[in-house]
Design a protein around this ligand. Structure first.
Ligand code: CMP
Length: 135
């Protein structure tokens, strides 16, 4: 089925000049960019976006990182887009992510891992409403 995923190309990717390369991978795969916005996350959006992580030990530095500069927020759509995007980005920890994935090829950190993508159709609905309420 055609699905939509909420994808964030994180501040580390923007700082490192990898925005074009990462967007290009998604486009080359055949996913459609339905919305694309450069913006800086504020603390309250970070807390809402990462609601399931706010009590974890890794959350305070994650919040500092995610609010540290502009990121690209996008809606990607396509057949099975949620699962397809997750497989393209690879495992959370860039040191363990498989070669050929975005993190496996371009990231070496568990926190600064370049990309976030919705992990299920249900979380996609929740995240899309947070980031792109007019959609
Ligand atoms: P993301 O897909 O955005 O979802 C949660 C984020 O928390 C994850 O990518 C990483 O950036 C970060 N993260 C998850 N686990 C850890 C960890 N153990 N240490 C540091 N950062 C983490």
């Amino acid at each position: 089925p055609t699905e939509r995923s909420l994808v964030l190309i994180k501040p580390d990717a923007v700082r490192r000049g990898l925005l074009g390369e990462i967007l290009s991978r998604f486009e080359s795969k055949g996913l459609v960019i339905e919305a694309l916005e450069l913006r800086t996350m504020d603390g309250s959006l970070a807390d809402a976006h990462y609601a399931e992580h706010v009590d974890k030990a890794f959350y305070p530095p994650l919040k500092d990182f995610m609010t540290s500069g502009p990121l690209a927020a996008l809606i990607l759509s396509g057949d099975s887009a949620v699962e397809v995007v997750r497989s393209m980005i690879g495992a959370t920890d860039g040191r363990k992510a498989a070669a050929g994935t975005i993190r496996g090829d371009l990231a070496l950190s568990n926190r600064e891992n370049l990309v976030h993508a919705s992990d299920s159709p249900e979380s996609a609905e929740r995240e899309l409403a947070l980031w792109f309420p007019k959609f």
